[in-house]
Design a protein around this ligand. Structure first.
Ligand code: NAD
Length: 293
């Protein structure tokens, strides 16, 4: 049996990550507010705990995969949070929460002798299931070396971005800003092609063999949109959160970012239209609606 790990947040990404960690022989002490998610992990071999503090009372390494920076701060530093657990030594945040939250949590945990690494991931639910995620880690190198074998179970593409806490988050936000903006542009272009009468399947297949192809045309349009199942597995509100965090960091750097801000408006419209809980691939419904296709 490999060493015990704590894991908080057993959602679309966390559940398959925990499954992989269990498969290679780790003992996993798991917690989630949602009893259904926790029961599913326990049925696969994880041991359930009723609070982050209980997890951090037993595990020296705790990973979290949570929706927002607010939730991450609460789980790490709030009542019955990770900071209350005596066993914890290395905290690893796999969520997309921005550099500010990463630095605030690191500062809150440091007096407890806990080292914080930010380690946001990219590659979607399919990447989490296959263990092929990109993991963008930042922070103390010795702590990175210690957790690297664990991270490589979930992410074949694990990289140390830098020694400063928050640098992994910034790189992840740069990546997601590009993916989100590319997807917004693709939604407009695809609606134009459909309105002009081009067969959607032929159009997407041809784009994916041409210079307009991108992760969104290959992984959002070709599967979830063409099938009309809209099942990529990443909620619209999470992508909108990533754009908000990215543009906050850009503003702090004094950058204007007009193209990304225009794309952000499209996500804002989709959210206002009731799409927050829907899949990010449903963004195309907005441009399809305007085109009447
Ligand atoms: P999710 O909403 O499916 O999962 C989050 C889990 O956290 C849920 O099970 C929820 O019950 C749990 N949770 C919420 N508040 C909690 C609390 N206070 N205590 C304990 N558990 C709590 O989200 P996800 O899609 O798995 O994304 C997780 C993170 O990873 C997000 O930051 C997201 O931006 C990022 N991310 C997601 C994807 C993707 O494709 N889904 C890809 C890369 C990165």
């Amino acid at each position: 049996m490999r060493e015990a790990l704590g894991f908080i947040g057993l959602g679309a990404m966390g559940a398959p990550m925990v499954r992989r960690l269990l498969e290679v022989g780790h003992r996993v002490l798991a917690h989630d507010l949602n009893p259904v998610a926790l029961a599913a992990a326990v049925s696969r071999g994880a041991e359930g705990r009723d609070s982050p503090a209980a997890v951090a009372g037993e595990a020296a390494i705790v990973l979290v995969s949570l929706p927002t920076p607010e939730v991450v701060r609460q789980v790490a530093l709030g009542v019955a949070g990770l900071a209350e657990g005596d066993a914890l030594r290395i905290y690893v945040d796999l969520s997309t929460t921005g550099a500010q939250a990463a630095q605030a949590v690191a500062a809150g945990l440091a007096p407890r002798g806990v080292v914080a690494l930010d380690a946001p991931v990219s590659g979607g639910v399919a990447g989490a299931e296959a263990g092929t995620l990109a993991v963008m880690v930042a922070g103390d190198r010795a702590a990175f070396d210690r957790v690297r074998p664990v991270l490589e179970v979930i992410g074949a593409n694990t990289v140390l971005v830098g020694g400063q806490v928050g640098q992994g988050q910034t790189l992840k936000l740069v990546n997601n800003l590009l993916a989100a903006t590319t997807w917004a542009a693709a939604c407009e272009a695809l609606a134009m092609g459909a309105k002009a009468g081009i067969d959607p399947e032929l159009m997407i297949d041809t784009i994916n063999k041409s210079s307009g192809r991108s992760f969104p045309t290959e992984r959002f349009a070709a599967g979830p949109v063409l099938s009309r199942r809209f099942d990529f597995g990443f909620r619209m509100e999470l992508m909108a959160k990533d754009m908000r965090l990215a543009l906050q960091e850009a503003e702090a750097l004094g950058l204007v970012m007009p193209t990304s801000r225009a794309a952000q408006m499209l996500y804002g419209l989709a959210m206002a239209d009731g799409g927050a809980k829907g899949d990010v691939t449903e963004l195309v419904k907005i441009t399809e609606g305007w085109a009447g296709t």
